[in-house]
Design a protein. Sequence first.
Length: 366
Amino acid sequence: MAITAADVKNLREMTGAGMMDCKKALTETDGDFDAAVEFLRKKGLATAEKKAGRIAAEGIVATVVSDDAKTATIIEVNSETDFVAKNEVFQTYVAGLAKQINNGDYADMDAFLAAQSEIEPSSTVTDYHKAMVAKIGENLTIRRFEKVTGDAVVSYIHMGGKIGVLVEAECDNASDAIKEAMKNLAMQIAAMNPSYIKREEISAETLAKEKEIVVDSSIADPASLPKPLLNALFDEVLANNSFAEEDKAILEEKRNDKYLFNFLSDAAVQTLRDLGAAHKAEYQENKIFNGLVEGRFSKHLKEICLVDQTYVKAENKETVAQYVAQVAKDNGCKFDIKKFVRFETGEGLEKKNEDFAAEVAAQMNK
């Protein structure tokens, strides 16, 4: 598959990795973006969880909760510009779509689009959507929605609709105190973007894949390798004369300097990475290296699992799990987080490359 400059640019924007690294990743994975992101993560050149979700299109996320707080819907509708996203007509339209989904029972997006519109009963949702596109003068896309039902559900909208969250709890007393705690957790989810509620939700296959990424990214960061392994790499490099003369001189002079890697060339660091990769099987049998990996893997799981995260409003660094348990105890009831849904406007979509002046001009010309 031919790799275009646009492909490289898109991957760079998604991951923050260098241009040549992105080109190599796409070449190695035959243009598969998901595989390319994983390739860069294994090389320690990207953090997919934090960078792949950058906002790439305009629009809003909206939520609606039923009066009994047991059913809620979240929806994302995209627009071409931020001007439309802030337009009251557009926002009212999106709110109407969310309300219809929450009141109805639609198996999927196709079923919803084919249904009669509650906003304009003489039209289907699709036909009324086309009318809104004509009225607003911009292409609009109903991208996704999700509906949840449970003992108690709350919603939270962040940054004026850029991020939306639903939280569903299992509880036997949906008091105001419980709903307030759920709202706090929705804010946590919006800010910290976990992938799971707890580790038990992660499949064995995913755990193994994430562990492999930690192993490869650790090897790709030779400066952080345990000292015995790093010294062995240095000895091998010198024995095989693998460095350029300047890097060799730097290594011999500053071998024990903690800032050594600030002086070595990129080519020298890459040589150490390649050499480390060749010793991967050996490292995986090394007790010290495994300790390093386990520590990094545990830290990674704490970042992606909600209950393991530090509760952002805590003064004593308690975890979310501890916070939930304390809320249940204080209110004398059963309380547990069963599910959450987090939408961020435009995540994974490509934003048109327009500057602000051009966007203003485009609006003035309509």
